[in-house]
Write a protein that binds this ligand. Structure first.
Ligand code: SAM
Ligand code: SF4
Length: 373
């Protein structure tokens, strides 16, 4: 009898979706939805996106300018220990050509991403590069960087030189799981990652984070905790996508524990939809890894909550070497081709592209206002 009462009191998915906040148990339930219940979840996310964000998608031209990395994350194809990867480092001149391409094509923003290096030479180089990027675009290009863990001083220098958004994925908010997917040393320490994320907020960046979805050992409870972490941390931007195994990495030995790719993709879509409902006014990027699994994966992500896409504008010659995982898409298409195919797909998804607009995270400005009160 007691059991029956408990069952009666349990909320169904429709009731849970009427709320703005969720318990961990409710998040797990949402992550486990299938069929009509999953449809309800996606419909709710579409409704929230329309109400708070609208149907504009913002472009960030992605330049993966170097695959040289001092770290050894166990999942990543460009980790230092992978001796089979040919290393590259695109010249400043070619990076600036990419920036000019983005600017001339009205992308309004670029993302500079690379392996993690913290040498003084690297820090100076990025600093100079940021200033040049601003100079050649009349100070107009919006700049996101994703260059890993750095000191507060470095974050501040780069911010002062023109970068205003920073992506640093926490990878998993569960410190035990973080420990399983990274080597055990100070360079790969969960608390250091957390500290770096806090520094980014302190310095004043629009701060982005995210996780990999479908990692070996990862449970729905872990993902629910990741969602609560995003909320608790008051994050401005999210970039998350499925984990995709790479044969030349240590984590590959656990490939038998993985969900099929299609399930990982589906789970990533649910994570995006729930994030949109939970954090209504943040920016959410449709990760490239979505497209590696499903040719229209990013458009599907846009449809149910994402509002940022990062077309790859890295010179085609280098793209094959930035292989974080297997089957990375668009490695042999030129930036022009990428843009044309994306434009058509986004229109197909019912959205429009915010050409010429930075499309900053609305949440960031609200957060800054609140911190002044
Ligand atoms: N090195 C910087 C860092 O780690 O923050 C930025 C570049 S790193 C390549 C960008 C992201 O790629 C990481 O945060 C990680 O989540 C993702 N990544 C790496 N290996 C991956 C894999 N096998 N599958 C999916 N995403 C992966
Ligand atoms: Fe380096 Fe980033 Fe890959 Fe880790 S995830 S090995 S820091 S590029």
């Amino acid at each position: 009898m007691q059991c029956l009462i408990a069952f009666d009191m349990e909320k169904n998915i429709a009731q849970i979706l009427e709320q703005d906040d969720f318990t961990k148990a409710e998040l797990v339930k949402l992550l486990a939805t299938e069929g009509d219940e999953k449809k309800l979840l996606f419909e709710k996310a579409v409704e929230v996106k329309q109400k708070y964000i609208g149907n504009t998608v913002y472009f960030r031209g992605l330049i993966e300018f170097s695959n040289i990395c001092a770290k050894d994350c166990l999942y990543c194809g460009i980790r230092k220990g992978n001796k089979n990867t040919e290393r590259y480092n695109i010249s400043d001149e070619d990076i600036l050509k990419g920036v000019k391409f983005a600017y001339d094509n009205n992308y309004a923003s670029v993302v500079l991403q690379a392996g993690e290096i913290d040498s003084p030479v690297f820090v100076d180089r990025i600093d100079e590069l940021l200033k040049k990027m601003k100079a050649i675009t009349n100070g107009e290009i919006g700049i996101t960087i994703s260059l890993g863990e750095q000191t507060e001083e470095t974050y501040k220098r780069w911010f002062d030189s023109g970068a205003h958004r920073y992506l640093l994925r926490i990878e998993s908010s569960n410190r035990d799981l973080y420990g399983k997917i990274h080597p055990q040393n100070k360079k790969h320490d969960f608390d250091e990652r957390l500290k770096a994320l806090k520094l980014l907020q302190k310095v004043g960046y629009q701060t982005g984070t995210g996780v990999m979805i479908g990692l070996p050992f990862q449970t729905l409870e872990d993902l629910a905790d990741d969602l609560l972490f995003f909320k608790e941390f008051d994050i401005d931007m999210i970039g998350m996508g499925p984990y995709i195994e790479h044969e030349e990495t240590p984590l590959y030995e656990h490939k038998d524990k993985l969900k099929p790719l299609k399930e990982r993709f589906d789970l990533a879509l649910k994570m995006i939809a729930i994030t949109r409902i939970l954090m209504k006014d943040i920016n959410i990027a449709a990760a490239t890894a979505m497209q590696a699994i499903d040719p229209i994966g990013r458009e599907k992500a846009v449809k149910i909550g994402a509002n940022v896409i990062m077309p790859n504008i890295t010179p085609t010659d280098y793209r094959g070497y930035y292989q974080l995982y297997e089957n990375k898409p668009c490695i042999d298409e030129s930036a022009d081709e990428c843009q044309n195919c994306l434009e058509a797909r986004i229109k197909f998804a019912g959205d429009k592209i915010g050409y010429g607009e930075w499309g900053d995270s609305k949440h960031y400005f609200k957060r800054r206002e609140q911190s002044k009160e």
